[in-house]
Design a protein around this ligand. Sequence first.
Ligand code: PHE
Length: 358
Amino acid sequence: MSDPGAQIVAGLASLGQRHREEFKQASTEQELRAAKARLLGKKGELTGMLKQMGALPPDLRRELGERANGLKREVEAHFEARLAELALALRQADLVAPPVDLTLPGRLPVARGHRHPLSQVCDEILEIFGELGFQTAWGPEVEFESNNFTKLAFPPDHPATDMQDSFWVDVRGAGPDLRALLRTHTSNVQAREMSHRQPPMAIVSGGRVYRRDDDVTHSPMFHQVEGFLVDERVSFAQLKGVLTEFARRLYGTETPVRFRPSYFPFVEPGAELDVGCVFCRLDDGSRESCRVCKGTGWLEILGCGMIHPRVFDACGIDSEAFTGFAFGLGVERVAMLRYGIPDIRLLFENDPRFLGQF
Ligand code: PHE
């Protein structure tokens, strides 16, 4: 068949005969579209024939061109009809299929989440003090300078009030007496509670605090738990009793504790509480090489002391009639010691491979 006209005539006839069968054989929309592309697409059969028409004499070209276009319309109509047929069949199959039961349990077990290790430790600490008779209270993270420092008897030039330690917040239009910052400790709750209630009171509070610090054991944001108790005739012996009991409930009844003198402007006397290192034992000779307590056998866990009369005066509590004690501890440190976490930043990166271990 060297005559191009005859070749095209034969091609059109063949296409006219075959296309319905090809469409019928397609049983999905995808197959149907592929079949259409084979026949009418850019590289399809009909396009190939149209390309050859350039070589025909004009009369024949016109005649065959019209036939080709007619055939194209016919093929397209059949394609649409088959497409509708397939869609209907699909819908029909859906309607007679057994219904989907949305109440069935999933095949894969759903992974259960849990509280962050810091929340677990913080709640546990608050719970112990709850059992010892302390009520919980709350304080804001953006705080007035007065509640964070001034009422707590920080002298104006105290190093902790320095710009190096605090994140100050610009409050537009606020005068010097309304300066605000991200609280540097939870002791602001002392100032707040003592300013609006009268003794007796025994209160704990946990939450986020902020300081300009950033290394493997310090994060600019961390968590503290604060506690304080005010009444008539509260003594240092009671402070020791409550905090010793707390340490035993947290670390075990055998845990040795010791109080060391220390300084905080809002307590007098002030102390730090150490517990016996939970990582090494005196009797097995491992103490000297212990990296956690650096061979001292003791771990510092909190700051505490008898509330300074100046704090009572600043908050409107009669410092002649009442005494009290206060303490503050870092939650990250408790969690890091308990779980052997070497870098504080792991606690804040939210990596599920880390958090999944608690
Ligand atoms: N607020 C102190 C700190 O952040 C801890 C503390 C609280 C000390 C209460 C004594 C009494 O370091």
